[in-house]
Design a protein around this ligand. Structure first.
Ligand SMILES: [Zn+2]
Length: 202
C-alpha cells in the first residue's frame, strides 16, 4: 500500500483486505467509514473484538463456538438428534433455513478423498461417537457436502458409529454432486433434509 502514508492505516487495510469477499478497494471503504465514525464504530468494534479474542473458543467436543465463561450448548441437556456438518458456516445456513432445530456437530473439515484415514485428520469424529453414546442419540443426520471428500467423510463417520446402533441418515441427493452445503438455496436444503435417507443396514 504505497498510497497511504499513515502506517496504522496501511496496516489496517492490509488486514481487512484478507477478510472473505473483500479486496483492497472495499477494505479502504470500510476503513474510511470506521475512521469517520470513531465513537460509534471504532470504539465498540475494538472492545467487541477484544472480548471475542479473549472469550470465544471452539468447543473441543462439538466444534461449536462457545464462550469460555459458560458451558457449551452440547453439554446443556439431553437431545436425540445430531446434525453433522463440515464447518460453522454450514451450520449457520441450515439454522437460518429453519429446517432443522436439533443439535449440531461441527467436524472442522473433511477427510481427504483418498489415502490413510486412520488418523481422522484432527476432525471431531471420536467426540461425535461419545456424544452419541452418552446422550442416547436416536438419529445422526450427515449433512456433509456432495463432494468426494464430503462423501468419504460421511462413510467414515457411518463406519465409526456402527457399534452405537444409532440411526444414520444422509441428506438426499437434492444436494447436487460436488455441492457445498453453504451454497445451497433454502428450497434445495429443505428437500434434501425432508428426503434424507437411512444409510444404516436395518
Ligand atoms: Zn460443545
Amino acid at each position: 500500500m504505497t498510497d497511504n502514508n499513515v502506517k496504522e492505516i496501511a496496516e489496517l487495510i492490509k488486514i481487512v483486505s484478507k477478510l472473505p469477499g473483500l479486496g483492497p478497494k472495499s477494505a479502504k471503504r470500510i476503513i474510511l467509514k470506521l475512521i469517520n465514525n470513531r465513537e460509534e464504530l471504532i470504539k465498540p468494534l475494538t472492545n467487541t473484538l477484544a472480548q471475542v479474542y479473549k472469550n470465544v473458543v471452539r468447543c473441543k467436543i462439538c466444534g461449536n463456538l462457545k464462550s469460555t465463561n459458560s458451558n457449551c450448548v452440547c453439554s446443556s441437556k439431553k437431545y436425540d438428534q445430531i446434525c453433522v456438518v463440515e464447518n460453522i458456516s454450514d451450520m449457520w445456513v441450515i439454522q437460518s433455513s429453519g429446517i432443522y432445530k436439533g443439535h449440531y456437530h461441527i467436524l472442522g473439515g473433511t477427510l481427504p478423498s483418498f489415502e490413510n484415514k486412520s488418523t481422522g485428520n484432527g476432525l471431531l469424529i471420536e467426540s461425535l461417537v461419545s456424544r452419541v453414546k452418552k446422550n442416547s442419540v436416536k438419529e445422526v443426520v450427515l449433512a456433509t457436502s456432495g463432494t468426494i471428500e464430503g462423501e468419504t467423510t460421511a462413510h467414515y463417520i457411518a463406519d465409526s458409529l456402527k457399534s452405537t446402533k444409532v440411526k444414520i441418515t444422509r441428506l438426499a441427493k437434492g444436494v447436487p454432486v460436488g455441492g457445498e452445503i453453504e451454497h445451497l438455496d433454502d428450497g434445495t436444503l429443505f428437500s434434501a433434509f425432508k428426503n434424507r435417507s437411512s444409510i444404516t443396514d436395518d
